[in-house]
Design a binder for this molecule. Sequence first.
Ligand code: ATP
Ligand code: MG
Length: 157
Amino acid sequence: REIDLPSFLHDIIDRHEMLEKENIELKRQLPETKILVQLDTDKMTQVLDNIISNAMKYSPEGGTITLSAGKVGRKVKVSISDQGVGIPKNNVSKIFDRFFRVDKARSRDIGGTGLGLAIAKEIILAHGGEIWAESEWGQGTTIHFTLPLRKAKEASA
Ligand code: ATP
Ligand code: MG
């Protein structure tokens, strides 16, 4: 389905703001112009729900999560940043592996199966995009993903 990505992201953030009881601020850096993309909205909702709930789980009380989006060339890039515990450098690329969780002890208290990001990666790849993480242990984490922009219509002569 062809949808406007910024409005879609606003709706997702609105829902998280209604639901989350934690004292964590969700900041939006979204363009005011439309960005049309082809999306399976149910699957993309699942991707964003997992990334946002991870950011919440691993953020301190009073932290800020920033969701930004914008065009980069022929793609649109979405980034979700938190100021949480971060991920050790040698583990950053592994978080997209099935059942991988940083520090079993820490994760056991927090809960989860370690599948969320593996599923997110599958969905993003199926959309023709890419997903990766950037993190500084103790500083925070950013998950980035891209999606291809709608193909430009053939120029009419
Ligand atoms: P599930 O999503 O299946 O409920 P999960 O959240 O543990 O379980 P993933 O979403 O796949 O699984 O994340 C894998 C692991 O990556 C997490 O267990 C955690 O160790 C680490 N991780 C993911 N996001 C963050 C983040 N924002 N900050 C710190 N660590 C993170
Ligand atoms: Mg998760």
